[in-house]
Design a protein around this ligand. Structure first.
Ligand SMILES: [Zn+2]
Length: 205
């Protein structure tokens, strides 16, 4: 497989400091656990590259808490493993964050999706080979020539939201990001359960 994962492609302005909303990371860890247990968040062992990340709207309007980069291998997480994205600009390819770790390399994609609708309260991004192969071009799918973590991927999610059932279902496949799928919800519980239900129905099939 092609690994294009785990390194930050946007210009990162990062302030290394404790996050101001530590209590919210307990909710993030609660819903991360079943995703981690199912292998939807984890690490490509042979490469030592983490995959999968989650986020929740938090703080000032437009801000969100997201998994730190290279935390996929962790069984459990706490306030030291998340970053608050404080501002971003998809056109200029800039993400500003504060936290003990840098924000996930996919923070730009999360930012663009929050920007679509204030009702989107949480986002889950996972990797799964079987789901990806089975659902590519069945679920709303981003273009194969668009890579993760780029302004172009942000534009692709805008397109899906405008032109496909993504707006109603909150589920999409990333064709140009091998094994990548994404869900959103009003709550993190909703976004997580959508993804776990997808996995459950693929095991039944
Ligand atoms: Zn990914």
């Amino acid at each position: 497989m092609t690994i294009d994962e785990g390194y930050i492609k946007y210009r990162s302005f990062w302030t290394k400091a404790p996050i101001p909303n530590a209590a919210v990371t307990e909710e993030l860890d609660t819903w991360r656990r079943p995703l981690r247990a199912a292998g939807l968040i984890g690490q490509y062992e042979e490469l030592g590259i983490g995959y999968g990340n989650i986020s929740i709207r938090c703080g000032e309007p437009g801000q969100f808490l997201i998994s730190g980069t290279q935390t996929g291998h962790l069984e459990e997480t706490d306030k030291t493993h998340y970053a608050l994205v404080t501002s971003y600009n998809t056109h200029a390819n800039i993400v500003c964050s504060v936290g003990p770790v840098q924000a996930s390399s996919e923070a730009m994609t999360h930012a663009a999706i929050y920007g679509l609708d204030t009702n989107i309260g949480a986002i889950v991004h996972v990797h799964d080979r079987v789901l990806w192969r089975n659902l590519i071009n069945t679920l709303p799918t981003t273009r194969a020539d668009v890579a993760y973590g780029t302004p172009q991927m942000a534009n692709e999610f805008r397109r899906l939201y405008r032109d496909t059932p993504f707006r109603q279902t909150g589920l999409a496949v990333m064709a140009g990001h091998e094994e990548g799928l994404l869900s959103f919800g009003i709550t993190l519980e909703e976004a997580t359960k959508k993804m776990l239900d997808l996995l459950g129905s693929s095991l039944d099939a």
